[in-house]
Design a protein around this ligand. Structure first.
Ligand code: SF4
Ligand code: SF4
Ligand code: SF4
Length: 318
């Protein structure tokens, strides 16, 4: 999943087109815009960032547009339409450093749940005139099509990891993005493990950190929105979840069938357990219910406690 670090923008380096600062673009493919909003939510820090970068294309924030070339390009969203397929190659040619932001761009997103299902049947079930909807049978991460230099995980991305990447790009150093399990964050923060204390399913052992273990701190299991960490033993965790909680293969497969379902090894674990529940229910014959309710929908496989706990949060939930 994690790409080799192959490029950086050096401090003081003249950007493309003679610009005194690296020229930055932010573009979207199939996505909800939530990760772009995380950039805008940086507020004061965003003003400091614009002192070091020239933002030349960011439709979510500005009406001025550019088709490049880019020193740094952030891409949100998955490749989901024939137009995306065409654009991604063109954008890569125009870009020095390409960074994907969020679960959609790095893993295919929640929309990749259709990859286990009959795409045409889903499309017909959802849209009254499906012939007008141009979509690919599979939703895929950007790295499946072009080389990616950096990835920011999460749904949405972590603002702190975003600032770290921007700072590293501005100063020409390697970003410090930890590849460790969410469990490590629980230990550092003194969070009581919801899996060992309550028997609640949790994907924290196989999920990359970056969120501050926000779900266990809320008293619920991690559903893997930052995607699998390097060498994650998802199959082993799936076996444990089946054996320890009297859960069916379908229940356990559904635990992995979330925002990063299409990222290996979550992908093969779901397939080995029989595919997604939505695809099975549709029987390949329609029913746009894949992923409805999301991970943790009602049943024995729910990540949610009966009564949420606010461990590590103050009275305002911060
Ligand atoms: S990763 Fe999540 S927040 Fe970001 S664009 Fe995709 S769905 Fe939206
Ligand atoms: S709650 Fe989840 S993430 Fe935290 S220590 Fe337990 S298994 Fe790991
Ligand atoms: S605990 Fe897991 S599901 Fe929750 S925000 Fe972190 S990575 Fe995402």
């Amino acid at each position: 999943m994690a790409p080799e670090i192959t490029a950086s923008v050096e401090h003081g380096r003249t950007g493309h087109g003679g610009s005194p600062h690296p020229r930055v673009g932010v573009v979207k493919f199939a996505s909800c815009d939530g990760c772009q909003l995380t950039i805008l939510d940086l507020e004061d820090r965003l003003l400091e960032i614009t002192e070091h970068f020239e933002i030349i294309d960011f439709p979510e924030a500005s009406s001025s547009r550019s088709s490049g070339p880019f020193d740094v390009l952030f891409i949100e969203g998955s490749v989901s339409t024939p137009d995306h397929l065409r654009r991604i190659g063109e954008l890569r040619k125009q870009t020095r450093v390409l960074a994907t932001i969020g679960a959609c761009a790095t893993s295919g997103g929640i929309q990749a749940l259709r990859n286990w299902a009959d795409h045409d049947a889903y499309r017909s079930a959802v849209y009254p005139r499906p012939e007008f909807v141009e979509s690919l049978a599979r939703s895929t991460p950007i790295s499946e099509h072009v080389p990616v230099d950096f990835e920011l995980r999460g749904c949405p991305i972590s603002p702190d990891q975003l600032v770290e990447l921007l700072t590293a790009l501005a100063t020409g150093r390697r970003p410090q993005l930890r590849d460790e399990a969410v469990c490590m964050e629980c230990k550092r923060r003194g969070v009581v493990c919801v899996m060992s204390a309550q028997g609640m399913p949790c994907l924290g052992q196989v999920t990359q950190t970056g969120c501050g273990a926000i779900c266990p701190r809320m008293g619920r299991g991690c559903y893997g929105c930052f995607g699998p960490r390097e060498q994650a033993n998802a199959a082993g965790l799936a076996r444990y979840l089946q054996a320890s909680g009297d859960r069916s293969a379908e229940d356990v497969g559904q635990l992995f069938a979330g925002f990063t379902a299409y990222a290996e090894p979550f992908r093969s674990t779901i397939t080995d357990l029989g595919g997604t529940r939505g695809a099975r229910r549709s029987g390949g014959g329609g029913g746009g219910a894949a992923g409805r309710g999301g991970p943790g929908a009602a049943g024995r496989a729910s990540y949610l406690p009966a009564k949420p706990r606010m461990e590590g949060f103050d009275d305002d939930g911060h």
